[in-house]
Design a protein around this ligand. Structure first.
Ligand code: ZN
Length: 410
């Protein structure tokens, strides 16, 4: 639980290195040694030559400092864990009268390709936070020179903004290649500041038609983003992909997918910036978001495949509800990203982020708490209350006490 929480708040800053050709060549050799060592470890562990559980740096030879060899072990172990996970998914579980047995290499009755053993290909050099230091435009970490562990000082171009961020708890340092140049990627953990609760809370409903709606305790409502434009973009890219798929142009498909995700990322960055700026301007200390993970769990395979037949069966409300969830599910990656961006921008601004249970947030009446289905964009309750549906969502999120996760004890 704690570990997961930390991972959520890990962010990365890219630092440019100011190095000469000789230093570059030297680092490239070390990066190659690093990935070769990790790949060899993964191989040997899976073959049973090395033990996963009691593996130490003296058990294998590699021309790297022992601190880096330690990191190689951690890397190899995480690769193996991921591989075992995919293998598990690859072997389909089938229940018969005797219990559970596996059909190897099948999914829903169809044969699938066996997952390949992962292999590091991109040159990289990882240093854990115990073993590197950043100060006065230098990054200092261990390498091996003449078979001896030696620390090198790399001249780096570090902005003042980055120095401020590096005052946080640091994570891994990754030396890697970006656009043909060697860079240092520094992980840091955003500390959630304990804010004094001034009673100003903002609930944010994220959706398709309206990318985001905010509602705060002072009753202020604001809409963010342009849902129509987002849908237009998605449709456009979807059509393009379909066309390329017919012509079997897989490279182009990948390129277009990347382009789409870049555009959506940009949109999410802008919306989250506007939301957090609004929160700052309104002196909000707590932002509440829906816990999307629960939405995902609630959707079974059956509901995502529900046909339009239900409409004819006059089960229209149910159909609409499923569709809404369905759409949410399909685009949940994008919602997740928007939430992530809101979260880290909020934390940087000293605003706490709380997740609430999404059950009934769009159905419950904020006045009398009756649960109603809304037929279209308008939400109506028998008590006389009526509003835009997504605003109702934001209102309910704002006042919700169904907080998910035990991080908010204060
Ligand atoms: Zn009501």
């Amino acid at each position: 639980m704690d570990k997961k929480r930390n991972n959520n708040n890990l962010l990365t800053e890219i630092v440019k290195l100011n190095i000469n050709q000789k230093q570059k060549a030297f680092l490239l050799v070390h990066m190659k040694l690093y990935i070769d060592t990790v790949n060899a470890l993964v191989h040997d562990i899976l073959l049973g030559k090395l033990h996963y559980n009691n593996l130490s740096t003296v058990m294998f030879k590699a021309p790297l400092p022992s601190a880096i060899k330690c990191q190689c072990i951690r890397d190899a172990k995480s690769i193996i864990n991921k591989y075992k996970d995919t293998l598990h998914k690859y072997n389909e579980k089938v229940k018969d009268n005797n219990g559970i047995y596996y059909i190897i290499g099948k999914k829903k009755g169809k044969l699938i390709k066996k997952p390949r053993l992962p292999k590091l290909k991109l040159l990289v050099y990882y240093v854990n936070n115990q073993n590197y230091h950043i100060n006065d435009n230098f990054i200092n970490f261990p390498v091996l020179i003449n078979n001896k562990s030696t620390r090198i000082n790399l001249n780096a171009i570090i902005a003042e903004r980055q120095y401020q961020l590096f005052k946080n708890k640091l994570g891994l340092l990754r030396i890697t290649i970006k656009n043909g140049k060697l860079v240092a990627c520094v992980q840091y953990e955003l500390q959630e500041v304990k804010t004094f609760d001034n009673g100003n809370i903002m609930g944010i409903d994220i959706g398709l038609k309206c990318p985001a709606v905010s509602y705060d305790t002072n009753g202020k409502i604001r809409f963010f983003g342009n849902g129509r434009f987002n849908r237009y973009m998605r449709r456009k890219f979807f059509d393009k992909r379909k066309k390329l798929q017919r012509n079997k142009k897989y490279r182009a498909i990948k390129r277009i997918k990347n382009k789409e995700s870049r555009i959506m990322k940009d949109i999410n960055h802008k919306i989250s910036r506007q939301i957090v700026n609004e929160a700052i301007a309104r002196n909000v200390k707590i932002i509440k978001l829906e816990n999307i993970k629960n939405i995902r769990k609630n959707i079974t395979k059956r509901t995502t495949r529900t046909s339009r037949k239900n409409v004819k069966n006059k089960n229209y409300r149910k159909y609409q509800d499923i569709c809404r969830k369905n759409n949410r599910f399909v685009n949940s990656w994008s919602f997740g990203q928007l939430q992530k961006f809101i979260k880290y921008k909020a934390i940087k601004a000293g605003i706490q982020v709380i997740y609430v249970n999404p059950v009934n947030t769009s159905k419950e009446c904020p006045v009398c708490h009756a649960v109603n289905q809304s037929n279209d964009r308008k939400y109506r309750c028998n008590c006389g209350f009526h509003h835009h549906r997504d605003v109702v969502g934001a209102m309910n999120i704002c006042v919700s006490t169904k907080i998910v996760g035990n991080r908010q004890s204060a």
